[in-house]
Design a protein around this ligand. Structure first.
Ligand code: EPZ
Length: 436
């Protein structure tokens, strides 16, 4: 079993480049099968969730070429009429985008119920409501598959009861080749919804309003091939920004869209960090202990739930009492027990964490409960005094490309090891680097 060993206490410093957005890539890679021509997608992050989705596409007859690490060429001309199901697919959330893609293209989809991080109930009722509004019959059939089929999909006016990224994207995909017009109200506005719409428009779809809460779609006959590059990952960028602040470092994060990071930047500035933006980078400098604040997670452009653990870890080191309210997922505070092992002082009451800042964390043996919380705990370990071991790092690898390598390039003492011998060698290496 692989785990990270970390020696904390050194400020991160230098420059780090951000990969393509995982959550945009999951939607775009799935949507690529909707054309019967090659679709080239660039800037795809090399993370395990994407590899699982690409594997599922190959399994059902999609032709997949992988000419470079971050480029895929996908041709959906020969997709077979069979259920999407394998062990990897059942573990990821993004597999549900194959329901919208297959239903939209073939009027028929059968996909294993989605997995993903255990951060709450994560129902898919809004996806189903949208598919039904377009005329599909949707049912759950053994062995735990969602089956959606329609003799004909017809555009509709759909009002979403909750703002859902996944449902908005899935309904867009199901509607682009429906007869007539579709309007989605109360749509999600996240950058990856816009990226997916831009991608589909580059294949001939007619989608307007992505990025606002009303999306209008004019149904078209078929999509053609394209060449598209995915936007940078807002959450990976935010994770490095907050890790820099946790370690009182000085880090320039490149290949970002600063507009997507505005609410993250605003919170850092509010608590005393210096953040400088340029066209496609942000520099975060934290030279002293930061101040407390309150945060509530909200759909975009609010503070993202995917950055909630990272800001909580940072506020755990700040002066005074902070209150963090999680309003999207009900089970996203599991990491606070791990943080307590490192000396963090966090009390969770319902969907609120009350954080009393401590001067320092201390290294400990901790377990990543999910993807973002895992990355946040690594930031805590980098800031902590002493050594930490972080287990269940497969969660982190679902969504962060080369995480330890990128941190090492910023001067961090972190290594991926699989036994005590390797751990000892890694620690010797850390200490030699310090002496050298
Ligand atoms: C996406 O999940 C992301 N996953 C999540 O990222 C992210 O946390 C989330 O959006 C919110 O930004 C992917 O893109 C693969 P939602 P998704 O539908 O689409 C409720 C990460 O760490 N809801 O926007 O599953 C739901 O329970 C992951 O990268 C319904 O009630 O999230 C939640 O309270 C974790 N019914 C809220 O809506 C539905 O049918 C928002 O969920 C759908 C959602």
């Amino acid at each position: 079993m692989e785990y990270y060993v970390v020696k904390g206490g050194s400020p991160l410093s230098g420059e780090v480049e951000i990969a393509g957005a995982k959550n945009a890539a999951l939607a775009i890679v799935a949507a690529a099968i909707m054309a019967d021509e090659p679709v080239t997608i660039e800037n795809v992050p090399d993370v395990s969730d994407i590899r699982a989705l690409v594997g599922a596409i190959s399994d059902i007859g999609g032709e997949v070429a992988h000419p470079e690490r971050h480029t895929y060429v996908i041709n959906g001309a020969n997709i077979k009429d069979e259920p999407v199901d394998n062990e990897a697919v059942r573990k990821i959330r993004g597999s549900y985008y194959l329901i919208g893609a297959l239903l939209g293209k073939y009027r028929k989809a059968e996909v294993a119920l989605p997995g993903g991080c255990n951060i709450g109930l994560r129902p898919i009722d809004q996806h189903i409501k949208g598919f039904r509004a377009l005329g599909a019959n949707v049912s759950v059939v053994p062995p735990g598959h969602v089956r959606a089929e329609a003799s004909c999909l017809v555009g509709s006016h759909i009002y979403m009861d909750v703002v859902s990224v996944g449902a908005t994207i899935n309904i867009i995909m199901a509607a682009i080749m429906a007869k007539g017009n579709t309007i989605i109200e109360n749509a999600a506005k996240e950058p990856h919804v816009v990226d997916l719409a831009n991608f589909l428009n580059s294949m001939g779809a007619k989608i307007r309003g992505a990025g606002t809460d009303v999306i209008r779609i004019r149904g078209i006959e078929k999509l053609h091939g394209t060449n598209y590059s995915i936007i940078p990952d807002q959450i990976e960028a935010g994770t490095f920004m907050y890790a820099a602040a946790c370690t009182r470092g000085d880090v320039t994060i490149t290949n970002v869209i600063p507009k997507h990071l505005e609410c993250l930047t605003a919170k850092l500035t509010e608590i005393g960090c210096e953040v400088t933006e340029s066209d496609d980078s942000v520099r975060v400098v934290a030279t002293r202990r930061l101040e407390h604040t309150n945060v509530k997670t909200l759909p975009y452009p609010g503070f993202p739930t995917d950055m909630q653990p990272q800001i909580s870890v940072l506020l755990g080191l700040s002066r005074g009492t902070s209150i963090v309210t999680e309003s999207i997922f009900e089970n996203r505070f599991k990491y606070t027990d791990e943080l307590a092992k490192m000396g963090g002082n966090v009390r969770v009451e319902g969907n609120t964490a009350i954080i009393d800042g401590v001067e320092n964390y201390t290294g400990a043996k901790i377990t990543a409960p999910d993807l973002r919380a895992g990355a946040a705990l690594v930031a805590a370990a980098l800031a902590a005094r002493g050594y930490s071991e972080i287990y269940d790092i497969h969660y982190i690898e679902r969504g962060y490309e080369d995480f330890p390598e990128k941190l090492r390039s910023l001067g961090a003492f972190i290594a991926k090891v699989s036994n005590k011998d390797e751990e000892r060698r890694a620690i010797n290496g850390f200490n030699m680097r310090i002496v050298g």
